[in-house]
Design a protein around this ligand. Structure first.
Ligand code: UTP
Length: 220
C-alpha cells in the first residue's frame, strides 16, 4: 500500500520528544517491512506557533508568518528523516514524489504559505496516487464539533465527504488549530481521498488503521 502519514507537530512535541520519534520510526519501519511505501509529512508544532506569534508581533505579513512556521516543520522533518535514513527533506510535491519513486520512504515538512501540512499531505496523496492518508492527531478522531470547546461533541467513526466539509470546511489562517485544516478538507472531499484520523499519542493506532482495524475516524 502507498500510505501518506501526516504526523501532527503537537504529537511529536516541541522540541520533538525522542521517545515519540523512536516509536514512530519503529512503526514506519514495520510498515515498510510489510511491503508498504510511506510518505511522511511532519508538522511544526508549538515552536511553529511561537514563530508565527513573533512574526505577527513584528508586524510581518501573514505570508511571512507562515514562512517561518514552514521552516519549523522542515526542521522536525529533518530530525525524523535522519532517524528513518531519509535525511534530505523535499521542498516540493514533485521532489517528494520523485524520491518516493526511488525509495519506499521520504519525509517532508511544510510547502508554501496559506496552507498547513494537512494540505501538503493531501497534495502528496493526490500526486502520488496513495491508497490512504492517515493523520496522527492529538484527538481520537473527527467529532461532530470541536471537543475542546463543545462538551456535547461526539466522536464519529465513519464520515462521508459531504459531512467532512460541513464539519471542517472553511478558510486558512496562520497557526490554525483544526483536526484537519479547511483547505485540505475541500481537496480530500473533491479528490475522494481515503482519510483515517487517529489519535497519534498511541503510535500503534497507525498500524491498526493500515491493517484495517477500527480506529479513529474513517472518511470515505
Ligand atoms: P503545521 O501543519 O506545521 O501544524 O502548520 P502542526 O504543528 O502539525 O499542527 P497540529 O499538530 O496538526 O495541530 C503550522 C502552521 O505553519 C504554517 C501555517 O501557518 C500553519 O498554520 N504552514 C505550514 C504553512 O503556511 N504552509 C505549510 O506548507 C505548512
Amino acid at each position: 500500500m502507498k500510505i501518506v502519514l501526516r504526523i501532527g507537530g503537537s504529537i511529536l512535541g516541541s522540541p520533538p520528544d525522542s521517545a515519540t520519534v523512536l516509536a514512530y520510526a519503529s512503526i514506519i519501519h514495520k510498515l515498510i517491512e510489510q511491503g508498504n511505501e510511506v510518505a511522511v509529512v511532519v508538522g511544526g508544532g508549538k515552536i511553529a506557533r511561537e514563530y508565527i506569534e513573533a512574526a505577527r508581533s513584528l508586524g510581518l505579513s501573514r505570508s511571512a508568518q507562515d514562512s517561518v512556521a514552514i521552516q519549523a516543520s522542515r526542521l522536525n522533518a529533518r530530525l525524523v528523516g535522519l532517524k528513518l535514513g531519509a535525511p534530505s527533506v523535499p521542498t516540493s510535491v514533485g521532489g517528494m514524489v520523485s524520491r518516493l519513486r526511488k525509495r519506499r520512504i521520504a519525509v517532508m515538512g511544510g510547502l508554501k504559505p496559506g496552507i498547513t501540512t494537512d494540505t501538503v499531505a493531501t497534495l502528496i496523496a493526490e500526486a502520488w496516487h496513495s491508497d490512504a492518508l492517515i493523520k496522527a492527531s492529538n484527538q481520537d478522531g473527527i467529532y461532530t464539533s470541536d471537543p475542546r470547546t463543545d462538551k456535547s461533541a461526539r466522536l464519529l467513526h465513519k464520515v462521508s465527504y459531504q459531512r467532512l466539509v460541513e464539519i471542517l470546511g472553511g478558510t486558512h489562517s496562520p497557526g490554525i488549530h483544526s483536526i484537519v485544516d479547511p483547505v485540505a478538507v475541500e481537496m480530500i472531499a473533491k479528490q475522494r481521498i481515503r482519510l483515517i484520523v487517529v489519535n497519534g499519542e498511541r503510535p500503534e493506532n497507525v498500524l491498526d488503521a493500515v491493517e484495517g482495524r477500527a480506529v479513529g475516524t474513517l472518511v470515505s
